[in-house]
Ligand binder design. Structure first.
Ligand SMILES: [Zn+2]
Length: 268
């Protein structure tokens, strides 16, 4: 007697009246049929698996689209929690943040600020790669390149980029405040473009992570972000950032350059 390969239940005789209308070879095939749901269930699972793959593929394409307008280099892509020194408070925080990002419906933003070479970009990149691998859409922007593109006939793309800025799950602005190459009479224009970008994100009510070498201070007078971006006495950009991002000072020891340890290793 034929049995179900999954649950081992014996097949039962098919007493469907309709069977007699079929030719002999079909009747033979359908004489015994499964008494369980295993076959249907496995078909259902197959369909679900296909659907899951299709959704995954869609997400992948979306992420790829963001990667194309994202400003991420090889070093950025290779930054992963697995390669990080997790004995570092900021890395611990970054990892917790990335994990919570997946669990929570509403995410907060972060402002990583501190001196050059403290690993702000590295922490940010680890968060980005972690989330992209889990299918989240992450847009990583370099404002200098963005503004450059807007000045070199890329203006019509602004609307498209702003649309992505509002849609992606996480927006990262790397090296905020380091943008160069614009002369002074463009300061107003520049501030306007940056404000539009950040305000667009603000209105989408989605999280923003900023990394910057500029110093942040609760005291507006001492805050380099205010200094760099205030126009006509207004601090619209700083105000938006404070509304969206939790400030975290990164004071890690510089990972760039040789350390005393490197030197001792070298001469010993
Ligand atoms: Zn079965």
């Amino acid at each position: 007697m034929k049995k179900c390969e999954v649950c081992g239940k014996e097949y039962i005789k098919n007493d469907n009246e309709f069977l007699k209308h079929f030719p002999e070879f079909i009747r033979k095939n359908l004489e015994y049929i499964p008494a369980c749901e295993c076959l249907e269930e496995s078909k259902q699972r197959e369909m679900e698996e296909l659907e899951r793959k299709r959704v995954q593929e869609c997400i992948k394409n979306k992420v790829k689209k963001y990667k194309d307008i994202s400003v991420i280099d090889k070093r950025f892509l290779n930054s992963r929690f697995e390669n990080a020194d997790m004995n570092n408070d900021n890395m611990q925080l970054a990892k917790r943040y990335a994990e919570s990002f997946l669990r929570k419906d509403k995410q907060v933003g972060l402002l990583f600020y501190g001196g050059v070479g403290t690993g702000k970009t590295f922490s940010t990149a680890c968060i980005a790669n972690y989330l992209m691998e889990k299918g989240k859409t992450v847009l990583v922007m370099n404002l200098g390149l963005y503004l450059n593109k807007l000045t070199t006939g890329w203006g019509e793309a602004e609307r498209d980029i702003l649309e992505q800025v509002e849609k992606c799950d996480l927006l990262i602005i790397d090296d905020f405040g380091a943008e160069k190459g614009l002369d002074n009479n463009q300061t107003g224009w520049r501030a306007e473009k940056i404000y539009n970008l950040i305000d667009g994100r603000y209105r989408s009510e989605k999280p923003l992570i900023i990394s910057t070498n500029l110093n942040f201070s609760e005291d507006e007078e001492k805050c380099e972000i205010t200094e760099k971006f205030s126009t006509q006495g207004q601090n619209r950009i700083r105000d938006r950032i404070i509304d969206m991002c939790f400030p975290i000072q990164v004071t890690g020891k510089s990972k760039r350059g040789l350390t005393k340890k490197d030197l001792i290793e070298f001469i010993s």
